[in-house]
Design a protein around this ligand. Structure first.
Ligand code: CO
Ligand code: CO
Length: 329
C-alpha cells in the first residue's frame, strides 16, 4: 500500500484512536482496531504484467498483495480480485489462468478469495484487496527500530532489473524462472519468525527498493542506518544487467530521490541494486543484537530465500550510509 504514500497525503487525516496505521505512517497496510484484542489489516495492490506466463503473473500479484499484511505482522484471511482486462483483445481463458495462479497462492496462504471487480481496460491489470487481522500489541510497523538493532533481509534483490530484462528480451523466460520463484514465495514464514524473535520494525521491500523502504523505517523510527553492500543478497545476473543499462525507470527514480551517503567504493551497479524497485520482495527486519541468532535460525529453518544481516540501525536521525565491508559484524 505504501507505494502511493506521497499522493495519499491528499486523503484527509481522520482523528480516530482506533487507526493504528494509515497512509500518514508510511506503513504497508492500514490497520484499524475493532476490539481491544483485534485489529483489521487492509491493503490493496495491483499492477500490469511483469512476466509472460499468465498464471505466474497472477501468483506474483497475490503473493505481493498478501505481503503487506505479513509485513504488519498480520494473518490474511479474505481477499478480492481487481481486474482490468482488454476483453476485445485478450481471451477470457487467459484471465482465467491469471486467477488460477492467484488462487493457488491464496490457498497456500489460507486466505479466502470471495469476489472482486473487473473493468474493460486497454492494458491488463491484476491485483488484490487483502484483509487480515492482528493483535494490536503484536503489530509490526516501520517505527520502533533502535540504534544498535541489526537489519535482516529475507529475499535477494534484483527482481525489478530482471523483469525489465525480460521485457526487453535480454533474458529468456527460463532465465526469469528464479526471480518468479522468489516473487511467488510468501513472506508468511518470515513474518512468523519476526514475531517470535523480538523484531522492532518491519516492512516489505517493494517499489521504493531497499533504500526507499529503509528510508521509511529510518524516518518513522527517528534513527539512521548503515548497510554493508557486500552483505546484500542479490539474484545472480542482476548486477551485470545494470552494466548493460537494463534498469527500470522506478529504480532510477528511487536512486535519485532517496538521500543516501554512498561510500566512494560502492559501484554504480551496486547502488542501482540497492535502489531496485522490487515486486513481492522480502521483509526488511530490525532486530536487537541479542535476538538476531534466534531470528536467523528461524529464517533458515523456514527456508526463506535469504536470511542475511545486511547492516545496522544507527543513532544519526535520517542518515543512511552504504559502504563496502564496513565491519558491522
Ligand atoms: Co503495497
Ligand atoms: Co509494502
Amino acid at each position: 500500500m505504501a507505494e502511493l504514500a506521497q499522493v495519499l497525503r491528499h486523503v484527509p487525516g481522520i482523528p480516530d484512536p482506533n487507526v493504528l496505521a494509515d497512509a500518514a505512517s508510511r506503513d504497508d497496510a492500514a490497520v484499524y482496531r475493532i476490539a481491544p484484542d483485534r485489529a483489521l489489516v487492509v491493503t490493496v495492490d495491483f499492477f500490469t504484467p511483469i512476466v509472460n506466463d499468465a498464471a505466474a503473473w497472477g501468483a506474483i500479484a497475490a503473493a505481493n498483495a498478501l505481503s503487506d499484511v505479513y509485513a504488519m505482522g498480520g494473518r490474511p484471511f479474505l481477499a478480492l480480485n481487481l481486474v482490468g482486462w482488454p476483453r476485445d483483445r485478450l481471451p477470457m481463458e487467459l484471465l482465467g489462468e491469471v486467477m488460477d495462479g492467484a488462487a493457488r497462492v491464496m490457498r497456500e496462504a489460507g486466505c479466502l478469495t470471495l469476489g472482486g471487480h473487473s473493468i474493460d481496460d486497454p492494458e491488463p491489470k491484476f491485483g488484490m484487496v487483502v484483509v487480515g487481522e492482528v493483535h494490536p500489541d503484536r503489530l509490526l510497523t516501520n517505527a520502533g527500530a533502535r540504534p544498535g538493532d541489526l537489519l535482516v533481509l529475507t529475499k535477494p534483490l534484483g527482481t525489478g532489473i530482471l523483469a525489465t530484462a525480460l521485457k526487453r528480451e535480454v533474458i529468456t523466460d527460463a532465465e526469469m524462472a528464479p526471480a518468479i520463484a522468489l516473487m511467488t514465495t510468501l513472506n508468511a514464514s518470515a513474518a512468523r519468525a519476526a514475531l517470535a524473535h523480538g523484531v522492532t520494525a518491519a516492512t516489505d521491500v517493494t517499489g521504493f527498493g531497499l533504500i526507499g523502504h529503509l528510508g521509511n523505517i529510518v524516518a518513522s523510527s527517528g534513527v539512521g542506518a548503515r548497510i554493508d553492500v557486500t552483505r546484500v543478497p542479490t539474484i545472480p545476473g542482476a548486477l551485470e544487467l545494470t552494466t548493460q543499462d537494463v534498469v527500470p525507470d522506478g529504480t532510477r527514480r528511487n536512486l535519485a530521490s532517496v538521500a543516501v551517503e554512498w561510500s566512494d567504493d560502492v559501484s554504480s551497479a551496486e547502488r542501482l541494486l540497492c535502489a531496485d524497485a522490487q515486486t513481492s520482495g522480502g521483509l526488511l527486519l530490525a532486530v536487537p543484537p541479542d535476538r538476531v541468532r534466534g531470528l536467523i535460525d528461524a529464517l533458515l529453518e523456514a527456508r526463506t530465500p535469504a536470511s542475511r544481516v545486511i547492516g545496522e540501525i544507527t543513532a544519526e536521525p535520517g542518515v543512511i550510509r552504504v559502504s563496502r565491508g564496513s565491519g558491522i559484524l
